[in-house]
Design a protein around this ligand. Sequence first.
Ligand SMILES: O=C(O)[C@H](O)[C@@H](O)[C@H](O)[C@H](O)COP(=O)(O)O
Length: 250
Amino acid sequence: MSGPQFVVHENKQDLSAAVARSLGEEIVAAQRARGIAHLVLTGGSMGGGTLAGLRDQHGPEIDWSSVHFWWGDERFVPLGDEDRNDAEARDALLDHIDVPDGNVHVMAPSGGDFGDDLDAGAAAYAQELARYAAPGADVPAFDVLMLGVGPDAHIASLFPQHPAQRDVDASAIPVRESPKPPPLRISLSYPAINAARQVWFLVSGEEKAQAVAHATSADADPWDYPASGAHGTEATIWWLDKAAASQLPS
Ligand SMILES: O=C(O)[C@H](O)[C@@H](O)[C@H](O)[C@H](O)COP(=O)(O)O
């Protein structure tokens, strides 16, 4: 594993266009190399913008029938609730492409097959991940796993000083008392995130600059800055706009 790379663009719009371009290239490369691509999507505004760009730029080149979509985290609210990360991904991309339903691996909603049982919902996602994993692994080696980053440096639903960070025995974990609403969520755990070939942080805006600087400093502790605990096995890329990069040492 090499150190993190930084890619800085002028503004948020340029950034999401660049991420979308590279994501399309990585999907095509993964399909050529292995016949399949596994992507992990993120919520947040960067996540949606990137997916919309992917549809516009790369639609015709990609064989969507062999692209699998996973999520880094999800809010445990009813399906169709606009707070769900999958709702945004559907609007931006999934409803506009020819992807089989079975390739879209959503995390359980509340009130669905598992009712209000958050633990069962998380366990079901871990099982689904295991179905696509290589022998001996718990999760697929995701080609690209995207993460938004909060102003507190949280990633997925792993928050600073929150005990869910220490839940490393399962690939998908229940998160209770999230400091950011809603309180109940399902998240990938660190081991699942760190099984990805490439981890991409998508960050824009001045309000994230401090989090970016802290999380990328050599002595950052994931307990305080969760983003510092996520790494790809092949690459870790911080995609930033100028404002988000503004507190990095030059
Ligand atoms: O789960 C959540 O409450 C949010 O979705 C959150 O984790 C988001 O992804 C980041 O805060 C980055 O969001 P932006 O890309 O919009 O800044």
